[in-house]
Design a protein around this ligand. Structure first.
Ligand code: NZQ
Ligand code: ZN
Length: 384
């Protein structure tokens, strides 16, 4: 196992009715800005629960944060916060609202052009405090330090990470997810699954605990994910998927082990250029990345085949083939198509993506830092 430091201070309040407890988590004299997206929280009763819980507090609201949040919109919130003297943020929504709020929290006290936090990885020296009420289990943003922001003007989707943007607390009430469109339920399962794969499906470093935790999240998603579609109000299945998604990317399974993240980096370009949902890009790229990287990932692919999919018969090559096929089938079973052509995207996207990587002075991706633009091209060529 590699050396590591692990720190995660996020307080999680999990379960039915937990939104009622936010008032006690926010200082009584705080001037709060509630941030949210395109309005789902005003239809599904979450907004009413939040405002009821904050009835003794002073708050304003800022809506309109897009899926794949736009820099341009978030900067309007920054202005509002500065002019109104807001001192606490409350993100209510999915990963986009939480990520957008992390960026706002870092941008308000930032000296200079806040886009530099992403484009130049300018260090975040201080950030506003904020809490989150998560309504879409997928990204893990509710318990991690990352944020992914899109600059609409240039169609760039970049990330930053800082321990200063850990939420102070996150509320995870599975009942808030009952109103999700099925497409977003599917997205959440595939995103969480891929987060685990990015941290698990690399090469062995004798970290059996991390491996088994990763495998248990994958198996739980495989078992519980489909139950959420069979009965749309299955609280237990929603709760299990929600906790899987948080555990998939709160840092715990990734300590002391190599990590890949090439699928995500390629996927972000597909979203930036063609507007595909984040999880759709992952479902397209991951199985083909595993195919192209099968030799470099061989030992872990065999372990994955056996422990996650129960594949023990036949040759090693066919077990690997089948494990990759089962991964793709699982994504399709939970409702996400796995080819670029399913989304009307042609292979002419490949040079656009590899050019962008090269222009950014791109260090090769992957756990061995050897997924060069040439390898990205091979992976994307299989995605047709
Ligand atoms: O706009 P609102 O009203 O919030 O509606 C959203 C949006 O239309 C809707 N929705 C959310 N909760 C709902 C609901 N509709 C009905 N009922 C509910 N309970 O779902 C749509 C998608 O929401 P979004 O927040 O965009 O989805 P998700 O949580 O999948 O977040 C995706 C974003 O997170 C980034 C992605 O790149 C993408 O920008 N990621 C962030 C990560 C992180 N911070 O660690 C890691 C991930 O890999 C990912 O890159
Ligand atoms: Zn993701």
């Amino acid at each position: 196992m590699e050396n590591f430091a692990f720190y995660n201070p996020v307080k999680i309040l999990f379960g039915k009715g937990q939104i009622a407890n936010i008032a006690t988590e926010i200082p009584a004299d705080a001037k709060i800005l509630i941030t949210y997206g395109s309005g789902s929280i005003k239809i599904n009763g979450v907004y009413e629960q939040v405002t009821a819980s904050l009835s003794g507090h002073n708050f304003l609201e800022f809506g309109g944060i897009e899926a794949n949040p736009h820099l341009e919109t978030l900067l309007k919130a920054v202005e509002l916060i500065r002019s109104e003297g807001i001192d606490f943020l409350l993100a209510v929504g999915g990963g986009s609202v939480v990520d957008g709020t992390k960026f706002i929290a870092a941008a308000v006290p930032f000296d200079g052009d806040p886009w530099d936090i992403l484009a130049k990885q300018a260090p975040v020296k201080t950030a506003m405090p904020f809490g989150a009420i998560l309504t879409l289990p997928a990204t893990g943003s509710e318990m991690n330090t990352s944020s992914v922001i899109t600059k609409w003007e240039t169609q760039e989707k970049l990330f930053f990470s800082s321990p200063l943007v850990f939420p102070r607390f996150s509320i995870l009430d599975p009942e808030t997810t009952f109103s999700l469109p099925l497409r977003q339920v599917s997205n959440g399962i595939v995103d969480a699954f891929t987060h685990v794969m990015e941290q698990y499906l690399t090469y062995p470093v004798n970290a059996p605990l991390q491996d088994r935790m990763a495998e248990s999240i994958l198996k739980t998603l495989i078992e519980e994910g489909p139950k959420t579609f069979a009965d749309l109000h299955n609280y237990e299945a929603r709760a299990n998927v929600m906790w899987c998604a948080t555990m998939a990317l709160n840092g715990l399974i990734g300590v002391g082990v190599p990590q890949d993240w090439a699928t995500h980096m390629i996927g972000h370009e597909l979203t930036a250029l063609h507007g595909l949902d984040h999880a759709q890009t992952l479902a397209i790229v991951l199985p083909n990345l595993l195919t192209v990287r099968r030799d470099r990932k061989r030992q872990k692919l065999l372990q994955y085949a056996e422990r996650v999919w129960g594949l023990v018969d036949s040759t090693e090559e066919s077990r690997i083939d089948l494990a990759i096929a089962k991964t793709r089938d699982f994504f399709e079973v939970v409702g996400i198509r796995t080819k670029l052509s399913d989304y009307g995207v042609g292979l002419d996207v490949i040079p656009l993506i590899t050019d962008r990587f090269e222009k950014r002075g791109f260090v090769a991706l992957g756990e061995h830092q050897d997924v060069t633009p040439k390898v990205v091209e091979q992976i994307l060529a299989l995605c047709a």
